[in-house]
Ligand binder design. Structure first.
Ligand code: SF4
Ligand code: SF4
Length: 383
C-alpha cells in the first residue's frame, strides 16, 4: 500500500505507532502523525488559465515587436519601406520612462506627452501587484514566461533544478533592490522640469528605438551576457527574476500590500510537501499559513499540485471568527477570477489612455525621419 493511500485511510491527526523491526526493546517506536486526505473533487485549471494568458501576452508582444521593427525600418530607410503606425504598446519595455512619467504626473498633475503609454502600462502593472501579488511576473511578463520555459526545460533535462546555497542566495536576491534603489534615487532626485527636459530630448524621444538597437546590435559582450543569463536560467528557477530584475523587485514590494495571498489550511493539509517542491520561488509553502513573501508571484503552481481539498487557496483575508472551511468559501480567487481581474486592470488602463487621447506619443514625421536613423549617435542628455 502506498504511503499516500495509507494516509487516505487514516483518521485526521491520529498518532500511529509504526513498529521498527530492527529496534531493540529499549528503542521507542517511531511515531508518525497522519492526516486524512480528502481528495480534491475538481481538477485544477490554474495552469491552463495562466499559460493561456502568458501565451496571449507573448503573442501580443511579438506582434508589437514586429510592428515596431517595421515602423523603425521605414524611418531608417527614409520612407522606402512599408509604413505602419508606431505601436505605443512597445513602451511597456520602457519601465524607466514609465517611472519618470509617473513622477512627472504626481508632481504636475498633467499627463506627459512623450511615452505616456509607458506610464499607463507601468501603473497598470503596479496596480495589478497591489491587487494580486506579483501576478504580473508569472502571468503577464514575457521575460518571466521565458524564464519559466527555461527552468522547466532544464528540470525536464536534468530531472531537477539547482538552488544556490543560502549564504549566496540571500545577498544575490538583494541585487535587484540595489538596482531598483539606484533608479528610484536618480528619478526621485529629478525635478518635474528635469524629467520633462530628459523625455523631450532627442535621446528621450527615441528611447524606444535605442532599446530596439540595443538588442539588434548586441556586440560580443552583450551576447556573452545573454548566453550566461540564459544558461543560468536553465539551471536555476527564474534566475533573472529572482536576482536581477528591478521591475520585479518593485512589483514584489507593492505586492506586500496585496490582500490576496496564498493561504494554507493546516487542518486540511496532509503535509506532503508537494507545494513547496513545486514553488518556483522556493518558498516553504507547506510550513506557512499564508505566503507574505515578496517572491511569491501568484503562479498558483503550489495550488495546482496540492492533492487536498481546500488545503491551499489564493484568497482574500479570511473573515474573523468564521469556521475554517467557511472562511474561504466566498473569498477564494479562482484562476478565472485572476484572469478577469488582470484583464480588467490591463484593458482598463489602456482603454482609459486611448479614450482620453493620451496613449500615443505624437511627434511629427519629419522629426522621426531625423532622429530614428541617428538614434545610435544620440547620447544621454546628462552626459
Ligand atoms: S507560493 Fe505558490 S503562488 Fe507563490 S510563487 Fe510559490 S508556487 Fe507560486
Ligand atoms: S498544502 Fe502543500 S503540504 Fe499541504 S497537502 Fe497541499 S501540497 Fe501537501
Amino acid at each position: 500500500m502506498s504511503a499516500q493511500s495509507e494516509a487516505e485511510l487514516l483518521p485526521p491527526l491520529q498518532a500511529v505507532a509504526i513498529p521498527n523491526g530492527a529496534a531493540s526493546d529499549s528503542t521507542p517506536p517511531t511515531i508518525k502523525l497522519h492526516k486524512k486526505l480528502i481528495r480534491r473533487e475538481l481538477q485544477d485549471r490554474s495552469q491552463w488559465f495562466r499559460h493561456g494568458v502568458q501565451a496571449a501576452f507573448v503573442m501580443l508582444n511579438i506582434g508589437l515587436g514586429i510592428q515596431f521593427c517595421l515602423w523603425t525600418r521605414y524611418y531608417e530607410t527614409a520612407g522606402r519601406t512599408l509604413y505602419v503606425n508606431r505601436p505605443a504598446g512597445v513602451e511597456g519595455w520602457l519601465p524607466i520612462a514609465g517611472m519618470m512619467n509617473t513622477k512627472y504626473l504626481l508632481e504636475t498633475h498633467s499627463i506627459p506627452q512623450i511615452h505616456p503609454a509607458a506610464m499607463f502600462l507601468f501603473l497598470a502593472f503596479l496596480f495589478s501587484s497591489l491587487l494580486l501579488k506579483k501576478a504580473f511576473c508569472s502571468w503577464l511578463c514575457p521575460i518571466g514566461t521565458l524564464s519559466e520555459l527555461l527552468w522547466k526545460t532544464g528540470e525536464r533535462f536534468f530531472g531537477r533544478n539547482f538552488q544556490l546555497a543560502k549564504w549566496l542566495d540571500l545577498p544575490l536576491r538583494g541585487l535587484k533592490y540595489v538596482l531598483l534603489g539606484f533608479f528610484a534615487f536618480v528619478i526621485g532626485s529629478m525635478s518635474a522640469a528635469a524629467l520633462a527636459d530628459f523625455l523631450h530630448s532627442p535621446y528621450g524621444m527615441v528611447a524606444d528605438v535605442k532599446m530596439l538597437n540595443f538588442f539588434r546590435d548586441l556586440g560580443q559582450t552583450g551576447i556573452i551576457v545573454m548566453v550566461v543569463l540564459l544558461a543560468l536560467s536553465f539551471f536555476i528557477r527564474n534566475f533573472w527574476c529572482r536576482y536581477l530584475c528591478p521591475y520585479g523587485a518593485l512589483m514584489g514590494l507593492a505586492s506586500l500590500l496585496s490582500p490576496a495571498k496564498i493561504r494554507r489550511d493546516a487542518a486540511a493539509c496532509i503535509d506532503c510537501g508537494k507545494c513547496a517542491r513545486a514553488c518556483s520561488a522556493n518558498l516553504p509553502v507547506d510550513r506557512l499559513v499564508q505566503i507574505r513573501s515578496v517572491e511569491c508571484a501568484a503562479c498558483m503552481e503550489c495550488i495546482a499540485v496540492c492533492p487536498a481539498e481546500n488545503a491551499l487557496q489564493f484568497s482574500l483575508p479570511p473573515r474573523r471568527g468564521a469556521e475554517v472551511n467557511d472562511r474561504w468559501r466566498n473569498l477564494v480567487l479562482t484562476p478565472m477570477a485572476v484572469t478577469i481581474v488582470l484583464a480588467c486592470v490591463f484593458f482598463g488602463f489602456v482603454g482609459y489612455a486611448k479614450a482620453t487621447g493620451h496613449w500615443n506619443t505624437n511627434l511629427p514625421h519629419s522629426l522621426y525621419l531625423e532622429l530614428v536613423p541617428n538614434a545610435n549617435h544620440l547620447s544621454h542628455p546628462g552626459m
